[in-house]
Design a protein around this ligand. Structure first.
Ligand code: C2E
Ligand code: MG
Ligand code: MG
Ligand code: MG
Length: 284
């Protein structure tokens, strides 16, 4: 049963796979309240350019400020949101928030191209493109400042449809990334035809690349493929200076990870991204 007092947020919403029907019901009702009562927040994690050590934008990552359990990570509720049909609403909310935040930052003189995660269900809904255009219009954010991240499995589920769905947005200047790349089952022939701009190398490969030859080969292969396709790459989950140095050597474009910063609230990001707020050479 839901553990209201004592145990921390992670115990409270642990093991989303193994929840009882009752716990699931409690979670779904609370999630509805969360959407209604503005309990969701968006954190931002910077991406660092290997070329100059500068900040090149941020990924928007949703959090739930739960009234009793504290700050919850998406792992605790995204799957439930998909199962109870709330993911569309949550996804659109995150998209609008991220566009508004990125535009507000732009107005203060800090360029923050923002990357937003899109779930399969959200992406496959009829009005997806319309919602993206709406979020851009109402915020005033230039389309080229918005990147949408689809996981490899979402991107490969129905490639022809994906190509058709993203074409109009991409024509406007919105860019697209394949998230968690390397963990799915990409068809090589489709990959070369898919209109994506960025591969995000899954953090499992980055985590293991220093001691596992296989992980390193996967990283190297993804980077080589990206080069031939003229795509950018983001290495996710960079935690050590050794990983950063190896990835630079191998030719990755951008790095994202705890080595530089954890996801943070917008006001913190603003200080981080302000002149003098961050230096890659200080951590690597
Ligand atoms: P993701 O899109 O692959 O995001 C990267 C995750 O890795 C984030 O976890 C981030 O906090 C974490 N991370 C970044 N650097 C490091 C590092 O150096 N070490 C480690 N161990 N982890 C690192 P987070 O925020 O818990 O999000 C988890 C997943 O939830 C995301 O994975 C994404 O798939 C999903 N998600 C997050 N926000 C949204 C959203 O607004 N909509 C949808 N549909 N999914 C979201
Ligand atoms: Mg992502
Ligand atoms: Mg990822
Ligand atoms: Mg992931």
């Amino acid at each position: 049963a839901a553990k209201r007092n004592g145990g921390n947020a992670f115990e409270y919403f642990e093991a989303s796979m193994n929840r009882s029907a009752f716990e699931r019901l409690v979670l779904e009702n609370e999630l509805r309240e969360a959407v209604r009562d503005d309990q969701l927040v968006v954190f931002y994690q910077p991406k660092i350019s290997f070329a100059d050590g500068g900040i090149s934008g941020a990924e928007a990552l949703v959090r739930w400020r739960h009234p009793t359990a504290g700050m919850l990570s998406p792992g605790a509720f995204i799957q439930a949101a998909e199962e109870c049909g709330l993911i569309g609403e949550i996804g659109n909310w995150v998209l609008r928030r991220a566009c508004r935040d990125a535009e507000a930052m732009r107005q203060t003189g800090i360029a923050m191209p923002v990357a937003v995660n899109v779930s399969a269900m959200q992406f496959e809904s009829e009005d997806f493109a319309h919602r993206v255009i709406e979020a851009l219009d109402e915020s005033g954010l230039p389309p080229h400042m918005l990147e949408l991240e689809l996981t490899e499995s979402t991107a490969m589920r129905d490639p022809e449809r994906v190509i058709a769905q993203i074409a109009p947005l991409r024509e406007m200047g919105v860019t697209f990334a394949i998230d968690d790349f390397g963990t799915g089952h990409s068809s090589l022939s489709y990959l070369t035809r898919m209109p994506f701009d960025v591969f995000k190398i899954d953090q499992s490969f980055v985590r293991n690349m220093m001691d596992d030859e296989h992980a390193r080969i996967v990283v190297d292969t993804i980077l080589a493929m990206a080069r031939s396709l003229k795509l950018k790459t983001v290495a996710e989950g960079v935690e050590t200076p050794e990983q950063y140095a190896a990835l630079r050597e191998l030719g990755a474009t951008l790095a994202q990870g705890y080595l530089f910063a954890r996801p943070m609230p917008l006001d913190e990001y603003e200080r981080f991204a302000a002149p003098g707020g961050f230096s890659a050479s200080a951590v690597s």
